[in-house]
Design a protein around this ligand. Structure first.
Ligand code: NAP
Length: 126
């Protein structure tokens, strides 16, 4: 089973790679601007999520059973909003499971201590 970690060069991605390997999964991972130290255990791919064709190539080449999107594009709509849709469609096409990481920053934190999926976002920043 190959786990493909999008944003593997980031904070969360680095830990996901470590844990996936520790659990015995083959790993492939992507970076955008920060080329990681190459190790034989993880296959690295340079990927700009705004490039739909490159995204499709990476998924087709790695044929992952699981894709985890641990990228962070900040306020860039193409990376943060459009790319996850393409990833979900690529996962569907290849029969992969897909995990999209979100953030609690979509909630203001006022009025309640816990949030779950049906809660409506009310960010205090735009
Ligand atoms: N860190 C936290 O405490 C925390 C808490 C809650 C939720 N989260 C969520 O976890 C996710 C990851 O956060 P993080 O803190 O790990 O972020 P991060 O350290 O900033 O890493 C972001 C990753 O996204 C990649 N990336 C950025 N732009 C890209 C693009 N256009 N195409 C492809 N890859 C791109 C970066 O690649 P390069 O570095 O190679 O450019 C890097 O691998 C986000 O959804 C965030 O909201 C994080």
């Amino acid at each position: 089973m190959t786990t493909l970690i999008i944003g593997g060069s980031g904070f969360l991605g680095t830990e996901l790679i470590r844990q996936a390997r520790a659990a015995g999964h083959r790993t492939a991972a992507t970076y955008h601007a920060t080329a990681p130290a190459v190790t034989s255990e993880t296959g690295w791919y340079r990927l700009d999520l705004r490039d739909a064709e490159s995204l499709a190539v990476v998924v087709a080449e790695t044929r992952p059973s699981l894709i985890i999107n641990a990228s962070s594009g900040g306020a860039d709509w193409a990376t943060t909003a459009e790319a996850p849709v393409r990833l979900a469609m690529a996962a569907r096409k290849h029969g992969s499971r897909f995990v999209q990481v979100s953030t609690d920053a979509v909630f203001s934190g006022t009025g309640r201590a816990c949030y779950d999926e049906p809660c409506l976002p009310d960010p205090i920043t735009t």
